[in-house]
Structures are given as C-alpha cells and as structure tokens.
Design a binder for this molecule. Structure first.
Ligand code: 2PG
Ligand code: MG
Length: 426
C-alpha cells in the first residue's frame, strides 16, 4: 500500500510548562491525517540535537517556535511531499540530508521530530493498526509492555534546586502486571506525601514532572523518605520495589567537582562515586542515571567498574541518544545502559538505531519522556515497540504524564504484549 505524503501543517502549542512547542500534522493523499506533539527538556545535555527557538525576547521569553513551524510548512513539506509515509527510514533520511548539519540546527530537531512522529502515526492509521505495531514492523523489533520508572521526589533544575539530585524514582519490578506495578507506585507516591506532611517538610508545590518538590535537609533525606514510603505502602524494598536516581550531575558539576550547595560541600569525582556506593549499601538503589558529568569519560569508567555489577548505570546527558557516543561508551565500558529520548537526536530512525545498538551490546535501554511534555501519548507506543522493557515518563500526576501511563493501561488490556519486568535490575 502506498501512503503518499500530500502536505504538512505545524502549529505552535504549549507544553506542560507553558513553553511553546510544535504540533505537526501530516496529510496523506488518501485523505488520512495525523498529528504529533514534540517534547522538550530543561536539563539538556551539551550534545543534544538543537531545538530551534525564535529568540524574540518579547514573545514567550525567546522560546517561540514559529520559525520551526515555518520550516515544517515550507522546506520540509516541499522535500517530503510525494514520499511514502510507510517508509519511515526514507522520510527521516530525506529530512536529515535536507537539514545538512550534524545537530539539526538549521531546520531544528523539534521541527524534524514532529514530522517524523506524525508520519509514523499517519502510517499506523492507514494500516488500521496500533502505533506500536507499525513502529515495531518498520524497525524489526520484538515489542513488550514496559516497566515504569516513576518520579516521586524531585530536586535539581526541575524543583528549584532545593536539593541537587534531580530525580528520586520508584520502580515496582516485583509485581505481576503493569497495572499492579502502577498501583504500587501510586500508593508509594501517596505515602511519600504523608511522610513529608508528618515531618513538616515544606512542599514547594509539584515539580516539573508532577512529583513532590519539598525543601529537604539533604539529598540523602530523599532516599530515606522514599525507602520508608515503599515500606509503609506495604511493599518489600529490593524484592518488589527498588529506587532509581537520576542525578543529572552535569548540572551541579563545576570546575571538575560536584557542588552540593544545599549540603554546603563540594565533592571530587571519586568522593561522589564513594557516596553512591555508600547509598547503595543503605538504600535499595538499583539504577543510577547521569551519576557523573557528560564529559567525564574516565570517571564513568571508574564508576562502572565500581558499581556496574550492582546496578543499572544509565547515560542520559552522557550519551544524548547519539549512536556515536553510545558506541564509545560500549567500547570503553563507561555505563551499562542508555536513556533514549527521541528529541535528543531528532528522528525515529536514529532513535531505533540507538536502541538496536544497545540491544546488540547486551545493554539495557530506558525510553524516556522530557520534563516538558504534552498530552501526546506517542512515547507509550514507542516504549512498547522498542522492546526496551523500561519507560520513564515522570510522576503519576498531571495529564502530560498520565496520557502515557493510561495509554499503557489500554494496551495492557487490548494488546497481546507481554510484561517483562526483568529484574535483577529491571
Ligand atoms: C532527564 C529528563 C527527564 P529533562 O533528565 O532524564 O526526567 O529531564 O527533560 O529536563 O532533560
Ligand atoms: Mg536524566
């Protein structure tokens, strides 16, 4: 079946933080049309593909995406009209060539990703199959229902830097189904709130990804509270529920050292590695993301030698969903898992390349949302299609997050996808 692209439209919409992003609509010659909305990060890595922003200080503090929208409707539309929406790789390749820069800075990775995702969705609609199935067929993957890694407490750039570590997450890997896992997480989220209230920790409101953003006395306090919440909710730490940390450490790395301002101390690389090891002894931590800075390759190798046998060590800002950087990490033994964010690289084809590379190396992968999200549930289908087995979407509040979790509930009911909570480390 030939699904010819007939035209594109783009609309400047707002994301979950009230920051502009794009919604792209693809129209096919058979009359079918489909849209996709583009996510956007705050704690971005240095090597991410470039989001094109207008830079006009009088409009949305310079964050407008009207030029990116024009690029979709003019240059990109001219280049992809007439292509087959059922051939994702060709559409993506055409856009990569058209942009011509390594970081997609000319047309904007946000513009290109919006088209890439809308094309995939249009193809799935034409075929009358769920999006995950279309993606899985296109990229030859073995789909599964993913295990959620869920934000409960936030710090760092997502919560006014009350503490430095960005995310303290719960992973309910010892439950029999996706819906039971989600139920456990919601109970833990609620217990966490009670503990914060009982101890009188000031809640600064809900953080960017829907989790709690309290004023805590230290980073370690978050781990103690989360462990207690897991127990109070009636779950066994390690056997049923473990903790994951996203340190996002590049954002408190300064002059080669790690500045824990909230605790009034600054750590050398190896002192921070020691701290992680101590925490792993005290708390049920089985996953650590961006434990070290995005440029500290030697430190990452030492971190992996020290803790890689005990937990998942994920590179997010470190790899930026970039096949070249991931290849280097695999070759050097720096990290043992990769966070996969489509907008860090800008097309679905390149996203699946990174997933395939990780799988070939026997590395784990976690399909992830951004802190700036929309009501689009695309990521839920992407996570299923990827077969990666893990998804990270934020907390269990706010519809920008729930659109993904709820879509997975529907897929659990309606699809034949299997649930693969593949502990020891998910
Ligand atoms: C991260 C993400 C999502 P951001 O660091 O993993 O939690 O944050 O989208 O701000 O980069
Ligand atoms: Mg991260």
């Amino acid at each position: 079946m030939s699904l010819t692209i007939a035209g594109l439209r783009a609309l400047q919409i707002l994301d979950s933080r009230g920051v502009p992003t794009l919604e792209v609509e693809v129209r096919l010659s058979n009359g079918v049309s489909a849209t996709a909305q583009v996510p956007s990060g705050a704690s971005t890595g240095r090597y991410e593909a470039v989001e094109l922003r207008d830079g006009d200080p009088d409009r949305y503090a310079g964050k407008g995406v009207t030029q990116a929208c024009r690029n979709v409707e003019n240059e990109i539309a001219a280049a992809v009209t007439g292509l087959d929406a059922g051939d994702q790789a060709s559409v993506d390749r055409r856009m990569i060539e058209l942009d011509g820069t390594p970081s997609k800075s000319r047309l904007g990775a946000n513009a290109i990703l919006g088209v890439s995702c809308a094309v995939a969705r249009a193809a799935s609609q034409c075929k009358g199959e769920p999006l995950w199935q279309t993606l899985s067929c296109q990229f030859g993957t073995k789909p599964t229902l993913p295990l959620p890694m869920v934000n409960i407490l936030s710090g760092g750039l997502h919560a006014g830097r009350q503490v430095e570590f960005q995310d303290f997450l719960a992973v309910a890997h010892g439950l029999p189904t996706y819906s039971e896992s989600l139920h456990a997480i919601v109970s833990i989220h609620r217990e966490t709130r009670k503990i914060l209230d009982d101890r009188g920790f000031l809640l600064t409101g809900v953080a960017d990804e829907g989790g709690w953003g309290p004023v805590l006395p230290s980073n370690e306090a978050a781990l103690a509270i989360l462990t207690q919440a897991i127990e109070r909710a009636g779950f066994r730490p390690v056997q049923e529920v473990s903790i994951a940390i996203d340190a996002a450490s590049s954002h408190f790395h300064d002059g080669g050292r790690y500045v824990l301002r909230s605790e009034g101390r600054t750590l050398e690389v190896d002192e921070l590695i020691d701290l992680y090891a101590t925490w792993a002894d005290r708390y049920p931590i089985r996953s650590l993301e961006d434990g070290l800075d995005q440029d500290d390759w030697a430190g990452w190798v030492r971190l992996t030698q020290r803790l890689g046998g005990r937990m998942q060590l994920i590179g997010d800002d470190f790899f930026t969903t970039n096949a070249g950087r991931l290849q280097q990490g695999i070759a050097q033994g720096a990290a043992n898992a990769v966070l996969v964010k489509m907008n860090q690289i800008g097309t679905l084809t390149e996203t699946f390349e990174v997933l395939a590379l990780a799988a070939q190396a026997g590395w784990r992968a976690v399909v992830s949302a951004r802190s700036g999200e929309t009501e689009d549930s695309f990521l839920a289908d992407l996570a299923c299609a990827s077969g990666a087995g893990q998804i990270k979407v934020g907390s269990v509040t706010r519809s920008s997050r729930l659109s993904k979790y709820n879509r997975l509930l529907a897929l659990e009911r309606d699809s034949q996808l299997t649930w693969t909570a593949s502990s020891p480390w998910f």
